[in-house]
Design a protein around this ligand. Sequence first.
Ligand SMILES: Cc1cc2nc3c(=O)[nH]c(=O)nc-3n(C[C@H](O)[C@H](O)[C@H](O)COP(=O)(O)OP(=O)(O)OC[C@H]3O[C@@H](n4cnc5c(N)ncnc54)[C@H](O)[C@@H]3O)c2cc1C
Length: 296
Amino acid sequence: MKPAAFDYFTPVTVDEAVALLAEHGGEAKPLAGGQSLIPAMNFRLARPAALVDLNRIPELSYVRAEPDGGALVIGAMTRQRALERSDVVRRAAPLMAEAMPYVAHPQIRNRGTVGGSVAHADPAAELPAVTLALEARFRARSRSGERTIPAAEFFKGLLETALEPDELLVEIAIPHSPARSGYAFAEVARRHGDYALVGVAAVVTLDQRGQCADARIALISVGDGPVLATEAAKVLAGQRPSDELFRAAGDAAATRDIDPPSDIHASTAYRRQLAAVLTRRALASAFERAGGEAPS
Ligand SMILES: Cc1cc2nc3c(=O)[nH]c(=O)nc-3n(C[C@H](O)[C@H](O)[C@H](O)COP(=O)(O)OP(=O)(O)OC[C@H]3O[C@@H](n4cnc5c(N)ncnc54)[C@H](O)[C@@H]3O)c2cc1C
């Protein structure tokens, strides 16, 4: 298939890009790595009147840790492969580093961008869940100004975010994790590189007594977008890590937090089973990495 006809623009600054988006009043789409948008256009599932290609805007590609324990900041056009290979990411957001190899295949990660993945908001994608678990903040710019959207308000539904049609996602900021935090990512896919049947991104923080002070568990492929398992987090709150606790939290995630779809890839029951098991395993690793005692 070939895409429907479209106009094509190659801005070299963010100001130029947002001006083009504003001029086309919702009929234009930003083009990042093109790994999701171009196939959608070829199948005529997307028919933008214009593409605003972001690939010639160098100011959108960077990864750095802000000084004095500040956030890890990632430009929207940073390639997924650059994130995967970054020592800065490995130190500041190891959950992200752990999840990256699960995103598609190296060829796709060479082109696919961090901003494109979160703006696309596929419920089966890894980065939306990872950014939700890490409480990322998304910086968006339009001709009328700039705003910051917390991850909890960014993902709105199936392939839908809080971005307005004339807004460009410019940066993703990951706050510094408190001391005694641990993380883990786990997923099951039919083949490595396929979209996950179910995945889990978990971040936990221990208090001084070794009890759970905070837990954020985001699940993949179980709803219209990444799903935060708040019921599972309640099971963990104030508790000392144990195998029984992880099992109870996994069961809460699978039965009370999610309402997974049944499709050609997996049934609802199978997705619930995967969610329970993967949540339990991810929590066990996350608590261990947080410096918790070995579970009793
Ligand atoms: C075979 C295959 C397998 C894949 N498997 C996986 C997988 O397992 N896991 C996974 O997570 N992904 C997977 N992907 C998707 C891949 O990660 C894409 O790269 C990603 O979803 C989109 O990123 P992109 O940079 O290519 O964005 P594009 O395709 O260019 O854009 C995607 C959408 O985001 C919008 N957009 C892009 N950048 C911005 C911005 N800065 N501001 C506002 N809107 C913007 C575009 O307008 C478009 O609507 C797969 C893709 C393919 C082709």
